[in-house]
Design a binder for this molecule. Sequence first.
Ligand SMILES: CSCCC(=O)C(=O)COP(=O)(O)O
Ligand SMILES: [Mg+2]
Length: 233
Amino acid sequence: MTGPRPACILTDIEGTTSAIAFVKETLFPFATAELDAFLDANGGEPEVAAIMAEVAAAAPGEDPRAALRRWMAEDAKVTPLKALQGLIWDAGYRDGRLKGHLWPDVAPCLRAWARAGLRLAVYSSGSVGAQKLLFGHSEAGDLTGLFAGFFDTKVGGKRDAASYATIAAGLHLPPGEVLFLSDVAEELDAAAAAGMATCQLVRAADGTRPFGRHAEEADFPGVARRFRLPNPG
Ligand SMILES: CSCCC(=O)C(=O)COP(=O)(O)O
Ligand SMILES: [Mg+2]
């Protein structure tokens, strides 16, 4: 980066802090397997009923449970699906069946950056509730206290520049003072269009391909070196 050191690091989750395989092979199948039992037990709860009303509105003429299953099969980033998945994962995190995966380089850097006074925030398609569960029950302990903000698709889609402008405003920062980390080029393009600094995480273990349109690093210590952030080592 040619500008000053960022004041805030905004990070994606899947493919950036956490393995794609953890999301696709552990979290998503858990929610799929538990969907019917969860809805049978909790469908009358106002929060769940409101989500199901949103599902019905987003998929008119389709059985809401069938729409949810279709979206899960398509990995659709639909806000009511994401909200429901978060509620289903809650029980799994609390009783120990789920533990939030983080790549080993992530927690030491997040702690070092927060200690140095940098603000940290998350922007994921996963709901804010799901983000707090993952970082609150992570393999590195409860990291939720490190973050100044959590943002999900209620601010808008991750490929839409307006979402990043909304997040910067929510953090009371000019976009130019925020560095966005993600594995997905279209998300980085949108953040850059809003004026944020960007870096693609190209994690070999996830099979991520470098896109060549943004700064690229293999891990968080690489991000720290490139953007002159503190490094734990
Ligand atoms: C909050 S953990 C679950 C992540 C998730 O549901 C998802 O769709 C991944 O989205 P991301 O924006 O983190 O790539
Ligand atoms: Mg991602």
